[in-house]
Write a protein that binds this ligand. Sequence first.
Ligand SMILES: *Cc1c(COP(=O)(O)O)cnc(C)c1O
Length: 352
Amino acid sequence: MPRPIQAHIDQSALEHNLQVARRTSSSRIMAAIKADGYGHGLLRVAEALGEADGFALLDIEDAIRLREAGFGQVILLLEGVFSAEDLALVAEHELACVIHNPEQIALLDGYQGRGTLDIWLKVNTGMNRLGFSPQQIPQVMEQLQRHRAVREITLMTHFANADEPRGIAEPLALFNDVAGSYRVPRSLANSAALLRYPETHGDWVRPGIMLYGSSPFADVSAQQIGLKPAMTLSSQLISAREIRAGEEVGYGATFRAQHNMRIGIVTCGYADGYPRHAPNGTPVMVDGQRTKTVGRVSMDMLCVDLSDIPQAQVGARAVLWGDGMPIDEVARAAGTVSYELMCALTSRVQVV
Ligand SMILES: *Cc1c(COP(=O)(O)O)cnc(C)c1O
């Protein structure tokens, strides 16, 4: 029998969360499914989100896999192409690609094929990761609009602070300033902007994290937004014991019992993708009841406080995150974000 840890993917939750996005915005929806569908499985996610108008990801191999599986939607490569060979594949499989630097324009110039390409031209509005500055856009647009290899151009940007109090006002103004001169489709919004700033919706919204049932905001829960968790990581107790006041737990003895107590060992550790940095007190659910981790997370195991769950015996179910145990709470306790937890699941975790 395999080790009892598993990630359960709820496809109806993905469908439900897509409907939440639909109700919030009338723009076309480009579902962000990079990083293997945020760790949920590329094809599994694409199938559940089959009603989306497009898919955004990074690897051209994944994009081709989607095409070959019969997905006819727009499939956008978020970092564009890395070589002339990529460009030929983009044309062959009718993919769309971001253009974010002059090197990619040079690749376009060298493109010898007959096909034409749909380009998403990226404007850097302050994130300073990818894209052309607003000042460069007129010249680049001029070049692309008369380019023999270019079919449709969409103008896009990506917000650095849509989930933060600082918001989107500045970058939105910068973007609208340059995009205003062109009659082309626009795309700006990630999940946070989709949910909070209708003025950013444009022609295409690009939700990611919300589709997986996690809140992009620190101060609003997924439940408050009406989202359902798509991934539930669960495992089982494989040991339970009484320890006495003063006894310690785990590597480095980071936990010392204040009183006699009962603890349990869950077969789930950092080699499964559970964050090693999750401190004492990280929330976890055992046998349907909330409790906390104790001691340091090790490679294959973590320990939980069973003081208030006397009925929990070896074999009891532990939910690390997902159904009944919001991933956002676990992420906050571990000093990270749900995105990282979802993507960190390792291949030894059985996905069902
Ligand atoms: C990942 C990504 C998104 C989705 O972001 P979420 O915060 O997960 O909604 C949107 N746009 C771009 C360019 C991305 O890389």
